[in-house]
Design a protein around this ligand. Structure first.
Ligand SMILES: Cc1cc2nc3c(=O)[nH]c(=O)nc-3n(C[C@H](O)[C@H](O)[C@H](O)COP(=O)(O)O)c2cc1C
Ligand SMILES: O=C(O)C(=O)c1ccccc1
Length: 389
């Protein structure tokens, strides 16, 4: 079975007049979602920080890199599987943590988790999910189960989350560093729309005994106060590098730091005993004016690629984008908004569609560029068009 069999499946279905329910060019999903959903939810998902310049730069930085295909290399047999920190994966792709998915579809996180599990692709559950982590863990099946931690101010809640995640069978911890505060997001500000203030994205907190212990009244009696407590404690702008010892001491699996853009921060992650980094600017949602993630990737890969697993996200929309990220030094990529739109448009089937499109296109991109495995892609396979041309 090859990932690109999906291509033939689509053509064969076409013989009976059927066409795919969603477009196979995933860059079209945002516009379709915008037509389907209200302006609040779509603004929240599609929006980004400030003037949107980093969001756009993420795409431009990938588009400026062009693949230089090689010919006559026998590409009949291909294998997309990789090993990340010694764990085998069927392809160098995972679903990024995206909080509050119930604003997009009632089936929310469990649907995304099931779609990923059906392909053996890791799903990263956000701390700010609309469904408690235990319930989503069930939906993830027996493969990898990644949990993303927003590192709370309250150390008891942090401890409790790590304990619960371990008990629920999560295999890796993804700690997001770039969101100690929520950024300036004009699309949300102009609509006065924030999901948490409407009680979405708090499921892990409201079910947590340590969180509940910090409330004057039970959540059920004063939900508004519970929401305000969540907003005040879900992240901590006071944390510094030595605090990572707490995570190492309280989590005995792999730890990946998400939101690293400077090679010195990547080196600090290695020195702190971390297992990996995600080169990411949070899909342009945090620092408007930040470096494009693809522009930051090569220096981080050079600094720690031999010591840490280097993952990448922010701007991946096509199989070719994945190939480019791998060529720039990533071991794997996370995909954010595309699967969120897939969920919004067609629930679990929509997420399945997004995964199949990305992996089929990656398989074909590799083959047509002269590769049979992700591991042979290097910077030599890319050219870079100077900015502004
Ligand atoms: C609606 C939305 C919610 C997000 N929630 C989280 C989150 O809870 N935790 C986190 O670490 N990242 C979160 N992210 C960032 C993604 O994990 C990822 O870094 C980003 O979406 C990648 O960029 P892309 O959307 O261009 O693929 C969120 C992104 C979006 C669009
Ligand atoms: O919106 C986001 O980008 C995000 O990361 C987030 C932060 C807090 C709660 C839910 C999602």
């Amino acid at each position: 079975m090859s990932w690109s069999d999906f291509q033939y499946e689509i053509y064969l279905n076409g013989l009976t007049g059927a066409v795919p329910r969603l477009p196979t060019d995933l860059t079209r999903l945002e516009e379709l979602t915008a037509r389907r959903l209200g302006p609040g939810p779509v603004g929240y998902v599609a929006g980004s920080a400030g003037d949107g310049s980093t969001d756009r730069a993420n795409r431009t930085a990938l588009e400026r890199r062009r693949i230089v295909p090689r010919m006559l290399r026998d590409v009949r047999e291909r294998d997309l599987s990789v090993s990340l920190s010694g764990r085998p994966l069927p392809a160098p792709v995972a679903l990024a943590p995206v909080g509050v998915l119930s604003i997009l579809h009632p089936d929310a996180e469990p649907a995304a988790a099931r779609a990923a599990a059906a392909h053996g692709i890791p799903y990263t559950l956000s701390s700010a999910s609309s469904t408690p982590m235990e319930e989503v863990a069930e939906a993830m099946g027996e493969g990898e189960r990644w949990f993303q931690l927003y590192w709370p101010k309250d150390v008891e809640v942090a401890r409790s989350f790590l304990r619960r995640a371990k008990a629920a069978g999560y295999t890796a911890l993804v700690v997001t560093l770039d969101t100690p505060l929520l950024s300036w997001r004009p699309r949300d500000l102009d609509q006065a729309y924030l999901p948490f203030l409407r009680g979405v994205g708090t499921a892990n907190y409201f079910t947590d005994h340590a969180f509940r212990a910090g409330l004057a009244k039970p959540v059920e009696e004063d939900p508004q106060a519970a929401v305000m407590h969540f907003v005040a404690m879900f992240a901590d702008p006071g944390k510094t590098w030595p605090d990572l010892e707490f995570l190492r001491a309280n989590w005995d699996g792999p730890i990946v730091l998400k939101g690293v853009l400077h090679p010195d921060d990547a080196r600090a992650a290695a020195e702190a005993g971390m297992d990996g980094v995600v080169v990411s600017n949070h899909g342009g949602r945090q620092v408007a004016g930040a470096i494009a993630a693809a522009d930051a990737l090569p220096a981080v890969a050079d600094a720690v690629g031999d010591r840490l697993t280097v993952l990448f996200d922010s701007g991946v929309r096509t199989g070719a984008d994945i190939a480019k990220a791998l060529a720039l030094g990533a071991d794997g990529v996370l995909v954010g908004r595309p699967y969120a739109y897939g969920l919004a448009l067609d629930g679990q089937a929509g997420v399945d569609h997004v995964i199949r499109c990305l992996l089929a296109e990656l398989d074909l991109t590799l083959a047509l560029s002269g590769h049979t495995t992700p591991s042979t892609l290097t910077r030599e396979d890319l050219t870079e068009t100077p900015p502004g041309t």
